[in-house]
Design a protein around this ligand. Structure first.
Ligand SMILES: [Zn+2]
Length: 81
């Protein structure tokens, strides 16, 4: 690997995550068991899967999470009245 490639990797911040690991924070809480996570360094997004594990947040999963969040909020509103 030459210096230009290393510099590119550092600029993309992916190398930092490769070396130090991702700095994951919770970006969105959808339900008690379903959250979205984000790496503050490389902006990689993750979410919980149905088995309670962690998976990459694809645009499809993001849509499902949003729909679920709206659904749960509506349920909560109904309960409160
Ligand atoms: Zn990262």
């Amino acid at each position: 690997m030459d210096l230009i490639e290393i510099k590119k990797l550092i600029a993309s911040k992916k190398l930092l995550c490769t070396i130090f690991g991702h700095n994951i924070v919770t970006s969105k809480k959808i339900t008690n068991n379903l959250k979205e996570y984000k790496c503050t360094v490389c902006k990689m997004e993750l979410t919980n899967d149905e088995k309670g594990g962690i998976t990459f947040l694809t645009p499809e999963l993001k849509e499902i999470n949003e729909a679920l969040g709206t659904f749960c909020q509506k349920k909560l509103t109904v309960k409160q009245h």
